[in-house]
Write a protein of this length. Sequence first.
Length: 438
Amino acid sequence: MRSIRAAATGAVTLSLVLAATACGGGSSSGGGSNDSPKTLTYWASNQGASIAVDKKVLQPELDKFQKQYGIKVKLEVVPWSDLLNRILTATTSGQGPDVLNIGNTWSASLQATGALLPWDAKNFGKIGGKDRFVDSALGSTGAQGKDPAAVPLYSMAYALYYNKKIFAEAGIAKPPATWDELIADGKKIQAKGKSPLGAEGANLSENIHHVFVFAKQHGADFFTADGKPDFTNPKVVDAVKQYVDLMAKDKVIPTGDAEYAQNQSVSDFAKGRQAMLLWQSAAANLKSQGMSADSYGIAPVPVQSGTPGTGTQVNSMVAGINIAVFKNTHNLDGATKFVKFMTSDAEQKILNTAYSSIPPVKAAQADPTFNSASNEVLKNTLATSAAALPQVASESQFETTVGTAVKNLFADAAAGRAVTTGSVKAALQKAQQQMPAA
């Protein structure tokens, strides 16, 4: 998913939603009605550099859909800072859109509300079948053993973006493959008066995405096999400390980045102020900010040692956006047609090109359009070394509580306060205590 800024109230809100069993939004056991067959409302997530960019990308496609099906789509592009709470409110009030984008990490949490249309074999059949989609994308559509709550729309993976000129000036011949190499390269970059690595220290979901990967690399998970929080597992503690230590001890992330939460690290990289960036499918964003594609390189996110792969060599979460339908829609047939349209081979090529993401639809992903060197890195990561975030009902609370804990640890580092194993464990213990009872 793209970088989200869910409010701290999200965890409390979701608990209330779950307790209410999704009255309103998901109260019926089947699909919605067809009382408004000529209109649809669509909440799109902010994928581009601005909401205006998204409208420019999406409106021609919605006009195309209207011409083809005779159904007008009312578009609202919702900022990530508002999207989760807007969706949660809609699940209880029933006053939501017909179709909406969700961050794929939210799939199981929103599935648990009962508000979203399940994509069983019959519904998948209406859009061409489940086997059209790549397995890694389907792995982030809901809890295991249940019909998916959403359909993959855009797939993304994290990569290491690096400024070729800054690397050359520092005498660095190739991008770092391990964290030790990144730290060593960072010292060389600092010697030339540049900042090594950007981060979004106050962005809860960015924090989650990175500490999840570090935990995998330490051979740990934030949840046990039966879905219970295990935040104080010693390997999890070590993983979170290693990430925060990039600022606290290793000094490769500048202290000012502890306050970043609005993609400022992307802007710093685009403007040549930082040499490296860990980001999801950043090409379109960088281009919109004036950075030419030949001025930077893209490489896999570093691992502890060796090369990326499965197990402890995981180097990205399975990032992406899913498209979902509210069960109480008043245009069920039209909503299904719209999902089919948005996930068609042709639209997948158009939309994923615009957002520099990877199509989760097999036929579109195989198109030569997505065979650039940078896309090959992303596709290979998704296929061989990415893992889905926990598909558990409490995933949203996990993002809020642990994301906030990491934010506070970055704030400590920026203020010069010691970040120790003990302080990391205490922060994670507090986060675990804030999680709902199983």
